[in-house]
Ligand binder design. Sequence first.
Ligand SMILES: [Zn+2]
Ligand SMILES: [Zn+2]
Length: 212
Amino acid sequence: MKNVKAAIEQCRKALESCPHDAGTVSVMCTLCLGDGTLFAWDVAYCKFLSVDCPRCDQAKDNDVPEVCPCLEHFSKEIIEHAIEGKEDSYPSLSQAVSWIRPPDKLGTTLNGAAAEEQLQKLRAWAEEHKEITIPHPKAALILDLIDHGMIAFATVPGTGLVLRAKSAKEEFSRFIADLNRSYKHDDSTILTMLCFAYGVVSWKFDPVELHR
Ligand SMILES: [Zn+2]
Ligand SMILES: [Zn+2]
């Protein structure tokens, strides 16, 4: 309980000193990937329907508020407690928090020399593979995030070494806009990369799996 209280206090402090838009950044929508529409399966009529994205209703250019880098390492519950009773002062943050997807197992973060060693290996792999497909989307994303210091490693029991993105939502939006200018990937590939860049999933540091 003490830890929870301390975390809520830390979250409030982080919010006070946040240089972003009151705890949010304006980035690509995780639901419709900026399209503004979603496909839904109509069970009664057995056909796909195109529906307006519930998140992008009043959004400008399909940018939606997501929890900013200052707060993204706090859980949904902690952020909710931190702004309890002050939701009116943080309308975008309240909205962003309501759409938080629970991340997968986070494991133990690697630091210092151990992290640096893995970063070198990962860079070597990504450099080698970035242009096998045009471009290899995961490798290109990984390189971009390494260049911005936005990759962390962790060891997860039962899985092994994983990499994950940190504070990378805005960079991902820039990256994907750049990439889309030269090569438009399919939605499932973009969603795969988005989930990684937004910190929802980690990727196992396994050359075979990274190649998929
Ligand atoms: Zn911030
Ligand atoms: Zn949307």
